[in-house]
Design a protein around this ligand. Structure first.
Ligand code: ACO
Ligand code: ZN
Length: 175
């Protein structure tokens, strides 16, 4: 609980506000249908943060994917996009959004959760590390401007070995 803020599930009426935050604070922007498609398929892992006036000040959007290893199918939660408006940062909102998203992804039977983040994005990398995410490796030239990404992941199914995540996603990274 963060005084003055509330984390609640995304609803279609939030689309404009979420798209605005996405456009202002991230260079990776998506068409409206992408937001709505992720909401339609995975409503339990799409959250917004609102302030005391009911203004949306942050969001996290995810999806769930099947990835194949030699022996198993891994269900991986994928944190697609998270942002908090600048004037509301460093109050714990990003962390609270991530924790709610993780709960939702676990409810969809995720074995592990992963994401990509710019190698220069220290605030986000610190946030993910605080929550227990580890770097699987680097994805060269991942972003449109040529910057590399770290692929970071966190195992959420007890007993799952890191090597299985590497089998599922290792082809995307160098390390
Ligand atoms: N410097 C160092 N560590 C930081 C910083 C920072 N500027 N910001 C957050 N952290 C770390 C700290 O460990 C912090 O814990 P602490 O305050 O106890 O030290 C922890 O993250 C939690 O911080 P929050 O206050 O919960 O994070 P915030 O609400 O500020 O949101 C976010 C973090 C979402 C990364 C925000 O900075 C943001 O919106 N940035 C622009 C958009 C962006 O980069 N999004 C991530 C892209 S990658 C992707 O979407 C998968
Ligand atoms: Zn991604």
């Amino acid at each position: 609980m963060i005084p003055g803020y509330r984390i609640r599930p995304f609803k279609p009426e939030d689309l404009e506000a979420v798209e605005r935050i996405n456009r202002v604070f991230l260079p990776e922007n998506y068409p409206s249908y992408f937001f709505m498609e992720n909401y339609r398929r995975f409503p339990r892992s799409f959250f917004v943060a609102e302030d005391e006036n009911g203004n949306v000040v942050g969001y996290v959007m995810c999806r769930v994917e099947s990835h194949y290893t030699k022996r198993d199918t891994l269900i991986l939660g994928h944190v697609l996009s998270i942002a908090v408006s600048k004037e509301h940062r460093r109050k714990g909102i990003g962390e609270a959004l991530m924790l709610k998203a993780e709960e939702g992804l676990i409810s969809y039977y995720s074995d592990a959760i992963y994401l990509e983040v710019r190698v220069s994005n220290e605030p986000a990398i610190r946030l993910y590390e605080k929550l227990g995410y580890k770097k699987l490796g680097i994805i060269p030239f991942y972003y449109a401007d040529g910057e590399d990404a770290f692929l970071m992941y966190k195992i959420v199914r007890e007993g799952l070995d890191d090597s299985l995540v590497y089998q599922a996603l290792g082809n995307r990274v160098i390390r």
